[in-house]
Design a protein around this ligand. Structure first.
Ligand code: FAD
Length: 405
């Protein structure tokens, strides 16, 4: 296997996992991240599927119990807090922050370049990178907003849902707003009544009602502690907003700035935050409403389906959310990004030719992206559109390749 000079653009979970794996395989890897400081602020919870955990467990040698929390039950509540259904099913939950920190520790910090926002790339031979030319050339020059550039043999674009690489390579890729957003928040267990922590701390807890659902689960705190009492309770509450003014007003922050995809903690317009708290009190089971109420700063992320027709374009490829962004109902977004990285490293190992490696990689990862997109779209429409979500239905179990896997 030839040693390749590889640039990974986007230093979040997908980019970092791929970078670690490609570095482990002997390649010369540098990560370029647009943020000017390490991405510590994103403490929200993630369902922690095995593909997301795999690098940290198998290569970094971490005990999964130190970076995630196992919940033994899937529980659905009724409006009055009584249990509608409960089944024994273990899940692991972690936080974006915990996983990011551990992946960064596993990479080489001097090869993680902050304040490098990619603004374009050009394939050798003069064809602009975005041309999606089938001529792979033998190098790609990546340009950054800070005026620098970097030449590589392979450019891995892990630049997320708003990927500029996707916009250039696949301008026709459909980015379809799902019709709803996720209201989110995290609360220290210590800030909640004991009865609430006791009821919600050992499960993923759902409440499903007309055209909406909310789920709550425990996650590590911002410092990474998984000790009971130190943890956070994390909620994700899916609510419908019509495209246009309805969504536009929600995404207009407290300073009057219209955000594109999300409004971060501390920036929500007060009238929306007050409305969400009032609806929680009026319509959610009291224990779940207590979590929403105790959250200091609510935030919102809009939900999109994004699908590409190709993931490899000469010597440039799209990985993670920069290729397929899927609804969160399988808790598999970071797992898919990680799987793209594992498969890429394996394909480079298996093929002498970079073109052959990328072609083989693209075939399997396109299939994965499509199947996950289709499954999450269908599950989401049950709660948000057709009101046909059945509590405890086996096909609502989280999983990357299929429910439960
Ligand atoms: C409500 C919600 C709940 C979710 N729940 C889960 C869950 O439970 N489990 C799970 O696994 N997934 C979940 N996800 C999905 C998960 O967050 C994403 O799939 C995952 O973050 C994608 O990782 P990524 O590395 O591909 O992209 P991102 O995390 O979006 O990272 C992209 C990175 O690229 C950088 N970047 C962007 N543009 C440039 C540029 N031009 N130059 C340089 N750098 C750039 C960004 O700063 C960022 O660091 C959820 C998503 C949402 C919205």
């Amino acid at each position: 296997m030839p040693r390749r000079r590889i640039a990974v653009v986007g230093g979040s979970l997908g980019g970092l996992t791929a970078a670690c794996l490609l570095r482990d395989a002997g390649h010369d890897v540098v990560v370029f991240e647009r943020s000017s400081r390490e991405l510590e602020e994103r403490g929200a919870g993630i369902g922690f599927l095995s593909a997301t955990a795999k690098y940290l467990v198998e290569r970094a040698g971490l005990d999964v119990g130190t970076i995630s929390i196992e919940t033994p039950f899937i529980r659905y509540l009724n409006r009055d807090d009584s249990v509608a259904s409960e089944e024994a099913h273990p899940y692991l939950f972690s936080s974006w922050n915990t996983v990011y920190r551990r992946l960064l520790e596993s990479f080489d910090i001097d090869r993680y370049r902050l304040a490098h926002e990619m603004v374009g790339f050009v394939a050798s031979g003069g064809a602009p990178g975005p041309s999606a030319s089938s001529d792979s050339g033998d190098s790609v020059s990546v340009d950054f907003a800070n005026g620098t550039s970097y030449d590589c043999e392979l450019l891995v674009c892990a630049d997320g849902i708003g990927s500029i690489a996707r916009a250039k390579l696949q301008p026709e890729a459909a980015a379809a707003y799902a019709g709803y957003v996720a209201w989110r928040g995290m609360v220290p267990e210590a800030n909640l009544p004991t009865a609430v922590v006791d009821r919600l701390g050992d499960a993923i807890t759902y409440f499903v009602y007309a055209n909406s659902h909310i789920l709550v689960y425990p996650i590590p705190n911002v410092a990474g502690s998984v000790a009971p009492g130190d943890r956070l309770l994390n909620f994700v509450w899916y609510r419908n907003y019509a495209e246009g003014d309805d969504l536009g007003d929600l995404l207009t922050d407290r300073t009057g700035t219209r955000r594109e995809l999300s409004v971060p903690p501390g920036a929500m317009a007060p009238h929306h935050e007050a409305e969400a708290r009032a609806v929680a009190a009026a319509r959610l089971p009291p224990t779940i409403a207590a979590v929403v109420d105790a959250t200091e700063e609510l935030f919102v992320q809009s939900i999109y389906d994004i699908e590409v027709e190709a993931m490899a374009f000469g010597r440039v490829c799209l990985l993670g959310d920069s290729a397929f962004a899927v609804r969160p109902h399988a808790a598999a977004g970071t797992a898919k990004a990680a799987d793209d990285g594992w498969a890429l490293a394996a394909a480079l190992d298996a093929h002498e030719s970079l073109d052959d490696a990328l072609a083989a990689w693209e075939a399997t990862q396109l299939k994965l992206g499509r199947s996950l997109l289709e499954r999450t779209r269908e599950v989401g429409s049950r709660s948000q559109v057709t009101n046909t979500w059945v509590p405890g239905a086996p096909d609502t179990i989280f999983g990357l390749h299929r429910p439960g896997d």
